[in-house]
Design a protein around this ligand. Structure first.
Ligand SMILES: Cc1cc2nc3c(=O)[nH]c(=O)nc-3n(C[C@H](O)[C@H](O)[C@H](O)COP(=O)(O)OP(=O)(O)OC[C@H]3O[C@@H](n4cnc5c(N)ncnc54)[C@H](O)[C@@H]3O)c2cc1C
Length: 217
């Protein structure tokens, strides 16, 4: 992704911290300490992305005895039960992947468990996601890093978009496809497609991962 964006003249300055921001005429000047030196950038606009934190500090959770972690997310088990019987936490507030479809699936699981007598869990949940960047990043299953830390034997294949005829014809050769496969069963464990329409293409591999899973009883 970094390479693709750099090819469009976007530059990255990582491992740096901002020391000052000031207006000078029409410009905004941002000064930062980089690992090498002090650097000042001038620009017309400044977008600050600060991340998110859960709004749990004023809910009185302590009075109900509901446990949170050090970042304020409500602690739950795989059925999304908190430590207090009869109290559940769903969606972003329980931490983990913060997506609309995940919050909705949380609801489906809790509803099925409470009202339909199911015993569903979010453990090992199939998690697709897409970053709508250009090129898009579509991802399903586990990443290379997760495969490495799992200690499982796996095989990995990568294929640059510069070798894909369709990408060459469309003039959209930025990106890479990567597939992680279980070395014992040859089943797909995860895939990352960084390409034009990568968010759509990866769904095909997601369907293959799901098809190989046992049907929940
Ligand atoms: C900028 C941005 C872009 C995003 N883009 C995407 C995307 O492209 N795709 C995607 O899947 N997800 C995206 N998300 C994430 C997605 O919005 C969240 O994962 C999803 O909304 C979580 O749903 P939720 O019901 O758990 O929480 P929320 O949608 O946050 O709902 C919580 C509700 O509780 C209310 N509330 C809070 N405190 C109290 C209180 N004390 N009393 C009563 N009500 C309270 C809030 O007002 C809110 O309405 C994005 C999020 C952000 C911020």
């Amino acid at each position: 992704m970094e390479k693709a964006l750099e090819a469009e003249s976007i530059s990255f300055q990582v491992s740096s911290s901002t020391t000052s921001i000031e207006n000078r005429g029409a410009d905004i000047l941002l000064t930062m300490e980089t690992p090498q030196s002090t650097r000042t950038l001038a620009g017309s606009h400044l977008l600050i992305a600060t991340g998110r934190k859960p709004n749990t500090d004023d809910l009185g959770l302590d009075k109900a005895g509901i446990a949170t972690n050090d970042k304020g997310y409500i602690h739950t088990n795989g059925r999304m039960e908190t430590n207090v019987p009869g109290v559940w936490a769903l969606g972003d507030v329980k931490g983990g992947p913060a997506f609309t479809h995940i919050s909705y699936n949380d609801f489906q699981i809790v509803y099925a468990n409470i009202f339909e007598g199911e015993n569903l869990t979010i453990e090992n949940r199939y998690l697709p996601y897409a970053l709508f960047t250009d090129p898009q990043l579509g991802r399903v299953g586990i990443t290379e890093q997760q495969a490495r830390s799992s200690g499982k034997k796996f095989k990995m294949g990568t294929y640059p978009l510069t070798s894909v005829s369709r990408a060459i014809e469309k003039g959209e050769t930025a990106g890479l496809m990567k597939i992680i496969v279980d070395a014992t069963t040859d089943r797909i464990l995860g895939a990352s497609i960084l390409s034009s329409e990568g968010g759509e293409i990866v769904q095909i591999l997601g369907a293959m991962i799901l098809a190989a899973r046992p049907t929940p009883s």
